[in-house]
Design a binder for this molecule. Structure first.
Ligand SMILES: Cc1cc2nc3c(=O)[nH]c(=O)nc-3n(C[C@H](O)[C@H](O)[C@H](O)COP(=O)(O)OP(=O)(O)OC[C@H]3O[C@@H](n4cnc5c(N)ncnc54)[C@H](O)[C@@H]3O)c2cc1C
Length: 567
């Protein structure tokens, strides 16, 4: 079987109903809704999302959106912080453009109705790891995404040219004559529908669900990235998955993210014995950048430019690896976040959401240590796009976490991704609208069809899905090596042989096929990059190798056949 196969399911012009639109936007997170809002009223937009509208990474975002707004801050500082986090792979031109557009995008969000938190009548600005200044705009304390998405969706649903469909699963992108011409969508109870669009914008988010431990909501199964790969769009840097260092780790609880902003307010990380371990578990070069005493750390948090940051505010990948090292050393499945030394009223005002979740498990965050461990958080790799958001496939645009735009390099700076979704969402909406407006209405169905011959007995979808997600944590997680990656590659290729050849007619089946596709691409890319950089850490190649690897890794259009492991 070739990998990838072109379509997941059978369809044809004579047995699938059709719908025509000017612009199809797939995904109703920040990037998709922002794109739809940029389209002028004389063009019809169909905005589809596979779950309920409030299910997206965007709606779950906590900390906020980075923007240079403080008088003492400069665009150059934000650009330099972004490049430093990106470990040599950011595109400076892109970082420059995104950072400079941030204040405008924040103003637009306010215009659309977002109520950001204020301090003395001004936008309140928080600080997060890797940022040299306070520049994170937030809402409802730690529920920024929920408030931003409430406002955006509310505003979009009042626009007569935008139709929002929830619970519509995009199975595949439709292509004809080398162009994207829309998508095949599944509707609950009514089945498949071919949507033919003059321009299509993919804003379907990331793929955290490839890993067992993840901060992402269940919709993040990488469907859009996998569909784009099947359609022939170029992907790159799939080895870079950002793990968030602090994900709530309590038996029976969902894996809630405990925002970086908690450490930005001064929380400490402690091991099971109560020791602050970060300094000890940091690599030498990072130790030199950190405050040597609690006093110096406090001065940094109060804005003293000469003081060094507390070790807890090192870049995310560095903190995540230090936590893994600590858990191995102490033989304990988690470490602990401690806020007990911070003023309780300030903690409750800044983190009401986290306080509520923890209270549900009997923890008072102003007093009790919070058990945390790292989890998959943000997909850095994805579709290559140009400055405006055009993909390599004509007619297809992409914005947000589904892309590898060049902003994040090998590691994303905290709170830069909502911003990226806004900037690229807006430019995709603008660009797609210009091109759609130049195309005449032609209500003719292209001769696109697919026939999938399903082979074999039924398989237990959830069993394969769970096995895949566990394997990915073990072999493709925070620390990787060749032997583990090779084992993962053979196992996933084996699962692909029997799970990709089948025709499913349920969302969970298609999601499994997409997760397997993403996993294969991630593992293949991680095997190629024989160095450590940003979020990609190889214990067999622990050094960064700028001579050979200061470059992106593009996924081949087809992956070679991989030998199947012995039973
Ligand atoms: C817990 C958490 C906290 C975060 N906090 C922050 C933060 O404070 N600041 C920050 O900058 N970033 C944060 N991030 C990252 C940020 O939220 C995401 O990177 C960003 O929201 C991605 O936006 P998006 O529009 O690209 O994708 P999403 O918001 O994930 O939206 C994707 C959309 O595509 C839809 N979709 C997916 N597959 C299909 C399909 N097959 N068919 C139809 N629709 C489909 C989904 O239903 C969803 O509507 C956080 C992420 C998480 C998980």
């Amino acid at each position: 079987m070739t990998f990838p196969q072109r379509y997941l399911t059978s369809f044809g012009p004579k047995d699938t109903p059709h719908l025509f639109t000017d612009i199809l936007v797939i995904g109703a997170g920040i990037a998709g809704v922002r794109a739809a809002l940029e389209v002028p009223p004389d063009l019809r937009v169909l905005l589809v999302t596979k779950g309920r509208v409030e299910q997206s990474n965007s709606a779950w975002a906590q900390g906020g959106i980075a923007s240079v707004l403080a008088p003492e801050d400069r665009f150059e500082n934000h650009i330099e912080d972004t490049l430093a986090a990106g470990a040599g792979l950011c595109n400076r031109e892109i970082a420059d453009r995104v950072v400079r557009e941030a204040p405008k995008q924040i103003n637009d969000l306010i215009r659309f109705g977002t109520r950001f938190d204020l301090e003395n009548g001004q936008l309140a600005l928080a600080r997060e790891g890797g940022h040299s200044h306070r520049r994170i705009v937030h809402a409802l304390g730690d529920a920024t995404g929920a408030e931003v998405m409430r406002a955006l969706i509310d505003y979009a649903s009042r626009q007569p040219n935008i139709t929002l469909w929830d619970r519509r699963f995009t199975i595949d992108l439709l292509t004809h004559d080398g162009r994207c011409v829309g998508a095949l969508i599944n509707r609950p109870r009514r089945g498949k529908l071919s949507v033919w669009a003059k321009q299509t914008i993919l804003a379907s988010g990331g793929a955290g669900l490839v890993f067992r431990e993840t901060t992402n909501p269940p919709v993040a199964t990488g469907d859009g990235i996998a569909a784009a790969y099947r359609a022939g769009a170029r992907l790159r840097d799939m080895e870079f998955m950002q793990f968030h260092p602090t994900v709530l780790y309590l038996a029976g609880s969902a894996r809630h993210l405990i925002s970086e902003a908690v450490r930005g307010e001064g929380a400490y990380l402690r091991d099971k014995n109560g020791n602050r371990f970060m300094f000890q578990d940091l690599p030498e070069e990072y130790r030199a950048l950190c405050a040597a005493t609690e006093e110096e750390g406090k001065r940094f948090l109060q804005g003293d430019e000469r003081a060094r940051r507390p070790p807890e505010l090192s870049p995310r990948d560095v903190v995540a690896r230090a936590i893994v090292r600590c858990m191995e050393r102490t033989q304990h499945p988690s470490v602990y976040l401690d806020l007990s030394h911070l003023p309780p009223e300030r903690v409750m005002q800044r983190f009401p959401g986290i306080a509520k979740v923890c209270r549900g498990f009997g923890l008072d965050i102003t007093r009790d240590p919070i058990p945390v461990r790292p989890g998959a958080h943000y997909m850095i790799g994805g579709m290559t796009v140009d400055l405006e958001g055009r993909t390599s496939l004509p007619g297809l645009w992409a914005a947000g976490e589904v892309t590898s735009s060049g902003l994040h390099g090998a590691n994303r700076l905290a709170s830069n991704s909502l911003l990226e979704g806004l900037v690229y969402g807006a430019s995709c909406g603008r660009g797609a609208a210009v091109e759609a407006a130049a195309m005449p209405d032609r209500f003719v169905v292209p001769p696109v069809a697919s026939e999938v011959v399903s082979e074999g007995d039924e398989i237990d979808i959830s069993d394969v899905t769970n096995s895949l997600r566990s394997l990915m944590v073990r072999k493709m997680g925070i620390v990787r090596d060749r032997a583990g990656l090779m084992e993962a590659e053979r196992t996933v290729a084996f699962w692909c042989r029997y799970a990709l050849g089948r025709e499913f007619d349920t969302r969970v089946g298609w999601e499994l096929q997409n997760l397997l596709t993403i996993a294969r691409l991630m593992i293949w890319s991680a095997l190629q990059r024989t160095e450590s950089r940003g979020t990609h850490y190889r214990s067999d190649f622990p050094e960064r190798d700028d001579t050979n690897w200061r470059k992106h890794i593009s996924c081949p259009a087809e992956l070679p056949e991989t030998p199947v492991p012995p039973p």
